[in-house]
Design a protein around this ligand. Structure first.
Ligand SMILES: Cc1cc2nc3c(=O)[nH]c(=O)nc-3n(C[C@H](O)[C@H](O)[C@H](O)COP(=O)(O)O)c2cc1C
Length: 231
């Protein structure tokens, strides 16, 4: 398990080799074993192998590049943030492309990760949803994150690679239409899955001493020093 965590990377270039249904089912079987708030299991998955449907998703996201909302989000928020993180000016156009469809382009398999409509799941949720919407939404999103993590880690020892994407969400409604996802069900992520073409550089992580405190948020952990691992 720790080896899978250490070696996993987001991969955005894949070989054209197919991934067997048997392997995909194994990944999804591990995904569904994730913990979920109230054991609600709010996840549903669509395995997309049909090249025509994949093409439609990519085309609709490409077309969405002109979206005013996406452009503004990338220009005002994403580009300054990413540029700050990597230490150089990242071109806005490259980010707009990446936010939409780039990682999905040559993946032989896409897995669309849906979040069930909370109001359809339990009668009590239906009655209380508007009152507790934020809490239920966070519970569900966290639970789905756990399922996706199970999926992408299970892929690693099988020689498979993934890119977890949610940048397409500006085009969520358009992609939902293609996949015939009903109203109320959210499309939270699309996982690009396949055998990796090449592994990019390893992305860095903040060291423990920057993110771990002792007893209170204001108290640095005295046992953590600048020597803790950052990769
Ligand atoms: C919720 C979520 C959404 C993401 N969306 C995208 C995306 O839209 N496009 C993309 O190229 N990568 C996306 N990523 C991958 C991140 O960019 C990547 O995990 C991060 O840069 C760390 O790199 P690593 O996964 O190789 O360790 C997403 C990751 C997460 C967890």
């Amino acid at each position: 398990m720790t080896e899978a965590i250490e070696t996993r990377q987001s991969i955005r270039k894949f070989k054209s080799d197919d991934v067997s249904d048997e392997i995909i089912f194994q990944l999804l079987d591990m995904a569904r074993k994730a913990p979920s708030a109230e054991n609600a299991q709010p996840w549903e998955f669509i395995i997309i192998k049909d090249q025509k449907i994949k093409g439609e998703i990519i085309e609709t996201l490409k077309a969405g590049i002109g979206d005013k909302e996406l452009n503004k989000f990338v220009k005002d928020f994403l580009a300054p943030m990413v540029s700050e993180a990597v230490g150089f000016q990242v071109p806005v156009q490259a980010l707009i492309k990446g936010a939409g469809y780039y990682p999905l382009l040559n993946a032989p398999v896409l897995i669309a990760v849906c979040m069930k409509d909370p109001t359809a799941l339990f009668k009590s949720f239906k009655e209380n949803y508007s009152k507790y919407r934020d809490i239920i939404f966070i519970w569900f999103v966290l639970s789905i994150g756990a399922a996706v993590e199970n999926l992408i880690l299970t892929a690693v020892p099988k020689g498979l690679a993934t890119c977890w994407t949610s940048g397409f969400m500006f085009g969520e409604e358009r992609v939902k239409k293609i996949l015939e996802i009903p109203e109320g069900v959210r499309l939270l992520s699309i996982i690009a899955l396949g055998y990796p073409e090449k592994n990019p550089f390893k992305t860095p992580r903040k060291p423990l001493e920057e993110i771990v405190y002792l007893d209170k948020y204001s108290k640095a952990h005295p046992a953590l020093t600048s020597k803790s691992p950052s990769l």
